[in-house]
Design a protein around this ligand. Sequence first.
Ligand SMILES: [Zn+2]
Length: 362
Amino acid sequence: MKVFYSQVCLKHAPKYEIISGNLIDYLESPSRLIIINEHLQNLSSLSKFEFVLPSDYGLEPILSVHSKDYIEYLQTAYKEWVKIGCNKDGVLPEAFLHNNISSSSSIKSKVKVISPIAKAGLYCSDLSCCISEDTWESVYESAQVVISATLELQKIIRESSSSKDKNPFPGIFALCRPPGHHANSNLCAGYCFLNNVAISTKILIGENKKVVILDIDYHHGNGTQDIFYLNSNPLYISLHGSPDYPWFTGDESEKGEGEGEGFNINIPLSKETDDDEYLKVLKKVINKNIKPYNADYLIVSLGVDTYKDDPIGGFQITSEGFKRIGESIKSINLPTLFVMEGGYHLETIGINVGNILIGFTT
Ligand SMILES: [Zn+2]
């Protein structure tokens, strides 16, 4: 399996975040990727992981998902923030543009002239997305890792002379950070700045392919849902803990709208969900929803914060359970792109990601 990885993704390293009222060390740390990379390197003789550097495909694929003003904000936020004397540790919102502010729509039209402090509250919806000096470089690289992996998968399928029922289909892993599934087209949230999975999906849809996004991160992928809520392609499916972050989304009643109605499937689960229960739900959704959709590609929002001891997520999934999840994903029998999302238990993050990929490949 090819693993796309770049050390530039390690540069984004905010010092802290505020979670449940506590100021804590930033959990979405570079160590996460370093540990996963080391573990896969150690496994490489066993499972044939091949490490590939991404290429640079510019802003165009990113702008197919994100608004131009939002991208300009991410590129310039830190410099503007420091220029007016704010904390050099990074940009964090001081006030949010809440829906109940009656003048909210007119404020949006003044974005070019408002203070860098106000902009932080305009383009961010929580306190987990501190923009430090190197954030944009890593955010951009994270997207390039996913774009490169997507194009590689597309190339393998195009060059393959075999028919659609070839078994097994290849899988590729985009080992990237910051993650993406909480970001929508003009809002960062939940450690996410650019929606990597959405960018990949747009590339594949642009080639007239049908895509299923299976989001197995512990948290609901509210950004991905939001971006594709009105579309029948992709089919978006999320298994997530509830009630939990992002708190306001992820209900079963959110099914998509217009042409997209029926193509957004949320499966909220309790924190007590163990390996057997999770696998049962996953297998059901594979047979009932994923296979009948008849997609050309599968994109997995791969979070391992479903692990039983994860500090901010956590069903009761064990390391062995991740291997079974990988086997289930393999049974979908589609060309598959795994895109790294969450997972914060550093002692096991390498093993758990590795086990999903081993389950998929063996
Ligand atoms: Zn998560």
